[in-house]
Design a protein around this ligand. Structure first.
Ligand code: HEM
Length: 405
């Protein structure tokens, strides 16, 4: 019997079904030297990816070339106090009282407005008509920007995510990303300048007034901050909502259980993040040589951490390839904190600052969607297909339902 060829993360075959390749990687090739496209080392086992997120030897210097050319410099690239101070500027808006009292009504209103556009139709594409709009509308509202510009925001964050995940170094993707930086700056800088003179009760005004070590942030810094929030908060939650509905519709018993007992939404969200994480890969650059399963990664090289593979590691989960909201390993109460078992929000100092916002958005969306679509099912003949290698989720989700009332 000949050994299977090393999986190629740039191939069409991989894009069609990465999970089969992930299994082979974890079991036979836990460290793969990637020569084509972005050169680096691919890791796939849970313990290795977990270590890459937790161990400060693994720096985020990769974002200097992966994001800075389109965003400008953001706190994702930073470490130590520089990172902490900037993260602390937005963190309160994404958790606790500020989230519950100030932003929960914004989330609920945005959700209802979108569902109103299709609740009487009996049919919808939950990706195009809901998931790609809802999280971005929420963050746009939180920043105090204009939701009427949705089409622009959507095209910008899609271009930024494509730049971030440009594994094959496609020049067109690079060029579109760089153009986005200019377009976004031309849009944002005048708004930032006006908001400095006339602050409101929104997140952008908070950033305009914030002082870091006694100094106000520059327009460019604030613009980069907003670009990060729009991208990180849009693309990811969008894919999480779509994937969660696709997973539940594919498992009618579990869908029914969630419909009957809404406290199970937290479990369904956590299992969706494990089984079909919105972000499948995150990179790191170790500052020293590091020993991982399968060999040593030299200092300064790029490590491609496969969250999608680690979350299905059979060393960590029983029956990892099945979607089961009742699996005993799930810690639904901590699923949106760094104590979560899955790695979908990463770990360590860059653990997703928007995790609780995402959880709140998903809970509100699931409750309202299930109320509006009591017998939601796939449209006749439609099968959802996941798309994407870096970020991944259903490309569309056509459903039918009996309108209520
Ligand atoms: C289900 C939805 C989400 C997923 C799966 C997700 C995933 C992630 C991951 C994997 C990271 C770590 C990146 C790294 O370490 O290199 C991260 C960081 C981050 N996320 Fe999220 N995210 C989600 C929702 C959100 C939302 C709603 C926001 C809010 C705007 C947000 C804002 C951020 C920011 C600003 C960071 C950088 C944190 C830091 O560097 O300290 N995310 N996210």
């Amino acid at each position: 019997m000949t050994a299977a060829a090393t999986p190629d993360i740039l191939s069409d075959e991989f894009a069609l079904d990465p999970y089969r390749a992930y299994r082979q990687m974890r079991n036979d090739e836990p460290l793969i030297r990637q020569e084509q496209g972005v050169p680096g080392y691919i890791i796939s086992r849970y313990e290795d990816v977990q270590r890459a997120f937790n161990d400060d030897t693994f720096t985020t210097a990769n974002y200097d070339w992966q994001l800075e050319p389109v965003h400008g410099r953001t706190f994702l690239q930073m470490s130590g106090r520089e990172h902490q101070v900037r993260r602390a500027l937005v963190a309160p808006a994404f958790r606790g009282r500020e989230l519950q009292e100030k932003f929960l009504p914004v989330i609920e209103r945005n959700c209802r407005e979108l569902i109103d556009t299709f609740r009487h139709a009996g049919e919808a594409d939950l990706v195009a008509q809901f998931a790609t709009r809802f999280p971005i509308n929420v963050i746009v509202d939180m920043l105090g920007l204009d939701k009427a510009d949705h089409a622009r925001f959507h095209s910008w964050y899609t271009a930024i995510i494509a730049f971030l995940g440009n594994l094959s170094q496609d020049p067109e993707v690079t060029e579109r990303g760089l153009r986005t930086r200019e377009e976004f700056a031309a849009y944002m800088i005048p708004i930032i300048q006006r908001r400095r003179d006339h602050p409101g009760d929104d997140l952008l005004s908070t950033l305009c007034q914030a002082e870091i070590e006694g100094t106000r942030m520059s327009d460019e810094d604030i613009k980069a901050f907003c670009s990060l929030l729009l991208t990180a908060g849009g693309e990811t939650t969008d894919k999480a909502i779509a994937a969660m509905f696709a997973n539940l519709i594919d498992h009618p018993d579990q869908l029914e259980a969630v419909r009957q007992d809404r406290s199970l939404i937290a479990r369904a969200f956590a299992e969706t993040l494990r089984f079909t994480p919105p972000v499948h890969m995150i990179m790191r650059q170790p500052s020293e040589d590091v020993k991982l399963s399968g060999g040593v990664v030299p200092a300064g090289s790029t490590v491609i951490c496969l969250i999608g593979a680690a979350n299905r590691d059979e060393r960590k989960y029983t029956n990892p390839d099945s979607f089961d909201i009742f699996r005993p390993e799930l810690k639904e109460t901590t699923a949106s904190t760094a104590a979560a078992g899955h790695l979908a929000f990463a770990l360590g100092r860059h653990f997703c600052v928007g995790a609780l916002l995402a959880k709140t958005e998903v809970e509100v969306a699931t409750n309202q969607l299930l109320d509006a679509m009591p017998d939601v099912r796939l449209a006749e003949g439609f099968r959802p297909q996941e798309k994407g290698v870096f970020t991944r989720g259903p490309a569309s989700l056509k459903v039918r339902f009996t309108p209520v009332g």
